[in-house]
Design a protein around this ligand. Structure first.
Ligand code: A3P
Length: 288
């Protein structure tokens, strides 16, 4: 299998070379979605794992057995990663698929599809800090250097999976072209997990009783997920993710960026944000 060198690009975007191949990326862009599929779409560090857990718990009606026995990547594989086809072949129930791909790469495959697409967005400042720390512990990502350097690369989109701005605007500006589309933010999930689980359950047409909702909410809390080896990435060998350098389930907060950003960096991001998002009506909570 032809592994991508990390410096190689696919449609101008770089991807971590150990999980993506040219073949896996072509597989993703020409994927045949089924109407029963649920697709989680995120820019990295925006609450992907959290949504994988929420959907798992919604479909199990709050029963934690699957969430506690099957790793998230086996329950909801990344479409663009090399193992996806094998996982989906082995899957029996309705498929849950995860992707970080930008809209334009999946648009042809999603055309006319009735698959349910859930886009999870998170404010850019918290994403950049979370991504920075992830670069430090994930050995398959380049050394990020100082945060002051990383934030410049991040704003330019010179990081794996490309620009946060392009990703979020690409997907949300085409929401109307996707038959079943739910937009939800990390901040909303953080402020009202109960309401968010309910929103997802309604979207998936899988109504939960109040007791089931409470159970699902309990298992999707940060503290519960932090201890769950099936989602906290401690199953991954240390040479790939070094948990001595930082945890995958790091802080799980809204507004943590304030502990990293200088005032100058915050102003810079605000300026770039205003100009890049001038054509978007999306609003973000930067703190709760
Ligand atoms: P932090 O690094 O800010 O803590 P992704 O799954 O897209 O890679 O996102 C990872 C981020 O989501 C991490 O953010 C992680 O802590 C946070 N996260 C995961 N599960 C969460 C939960 N149940 N509640 C709050 N944050 C959660």
């Amino acid at each position: 299998m032809a592994r991508l060198d990390v410096t190689e690009t696919f449609h101008s975007i770089t991807f971590p070379g150990h999980m993506h191949t040219e073949e896996s990326l072509n597989y993703a862009t020409s994927f045949k979605f089924q109407d029963t599929d649920t697709v989680i779409v995120t820019y990295p560090k925006s609450g992907t794992t959290w949504m994988q857990e929420i959907i798992t718990l919604v479909l199990s009606k709050g029963d934690p057995a699957v969430a506690q026995n099957q790793p998230n990547w086996a329950r909801a594989p990344w479409l663009e990663q090399y193992y996806c086809a094998d996982v989906l072949k082995a899957s029996t129930g309705p498929r849950i698929i995860t992707t970080h791909l930008p809209y334009h790469l999946l648009a042809p495959a999603l055309q006319h599809s009735k698959a349910k697409v859930i886009y999870v967005a998170r404010n850019l400042k918290d994403v950049s800090v979370s991504y920075y720390h992830f670069h430090k512990m994930a050995n398959f990502l380049p050394n990020p250097g100082a945060f002051s350097d990383f934030i410049n690369d991040f704003l330019k989109g010179a990081v794996h999976y490309g620009s946060w701005f392009d990703h979020i605007k690409g997907w949300t500006s085409h929401a109307k072209d996707i038959q079943n589309f739910l937009y939800i933010t990390y901040e909303e999930m953080w402020q009202d997990l109960h309401g968010s689980v309910q929103k997802v359950s309604r979207f998936l047409q899988c109504p939960l009783t109040e007791d089931e909702l409470i159970l699902a909410q309990k298992h999707c809390s940060f503290n519960s997920m932090k201890e769950n080896a099936m989602v906290n990435y401690t199953l991954i060998p240390q040479e790939i993710m070094d948990h001595s350098k930082g945890k995958f389930m790091r802080k799980g907060k809204v507004g943590d960026w304030m502990n990293t950003f200088t005032e100058e960096q915050s102003r810079l991001v605000d300026d770039v944000y205003s100009s890049q998002m001038a054509d978007s009506s999306l609003l973000f909570k930067w703190e709760c």
